[in-house]
Design a protein around this ligand. Structure first.
Ligand SMILES: [Ca+2]
Ligand SMILES: [Ca+2]
Length: 200
């Protein structure tokens, strides 16, 4: 009789264990992995591959273990005028639990090689293709020029010969399409840059 009782208890126990492990196995993994970022300061130049940003970055998940190889750079957000950018890393475990981590890095834009026109024409580069200002505000097109080059003329001289074509009225709400170019001392015109001025 005792033997039968033991048998029943054992059977119940093992059935319980099987049921428990079954529940555990099928329990949904809701724990996000975590990302460990390198301690030293990183730098990144716009347009470069992400290899340097990813070296030394690791990720671990409670269920999947080491996910370091799955970490990717989700986005790079330059912080205006600071020379820094926020790099957003992301990784997902096999249950699609996504986690992100931010790291500030030194950031530089790729140096643009600008060639002055073969005929000595200046080159104009804008920092923006447009802007929105409030009705009655001041608009200075010079604020939107990132650089001007010429084979002989200085930047100052060129900026003094900025031509803005197209009419706009800062006292009226509207979209104004403008064209800008600079003229060098020989009367040669640069490329024409289009600019959208929105007054609201
Ligand atoms: Ca997990
Ligand atoms: Ca010139």
């Amino acid at each position: 009789m005792k033997k039968i009782l033991y048998f029943v208890i054992l059977t119940l126990l093992s059935a319980g264990l099987i049921a428990a492990s079954f529940v555990l196995k099928n329990q949904k993994d809701t724990t996000v992995p975590y990302i460990t970022l390198p301690a030293g300061e990183l730098s990144y130049t716009d347009g470069d591959p992400y290899d340097d940003l990813l070296s030394g970055v690791s990720a671990w998940d409670d269920k999947d273990g080491d996910l370091s190889k799955d970490v990717f750079v989700y986005e790079i957000v330059p912080i205006q005028a600071t020379g820094m950018a926020k790099v957003v890393y992301a990784v997902s475990d096999s249950s699609k639990n996504v986690v992100t981590a931010d790291l500030m890095v030194k950031y530089s834009r790729k140096k643009e090689t600008i060639r002055v026109g073969l005929g000595g024409e200046p080159v104009l580069r804008l920092s923006a293709n447009g802007t929105t200002i409030s009705k009655g505000d001041i608009f200075d097109p010079h604020d939107y020029i990132s650089n001007v080059y010429d084979d002989t003329d200085s930047k100052e001289d060129l900026l003094n010969h900025l031509v803005v074509k197209g009419s706009y009225d800062l006292t009226r709400i509207g979209h104004y399409r403008l064209k800008m170019y600079v003229v060098d001392s020989e009367g040669k015109e640069s490329n024409t840059a289009e600019f959208l001025l929105v007054v609201e």
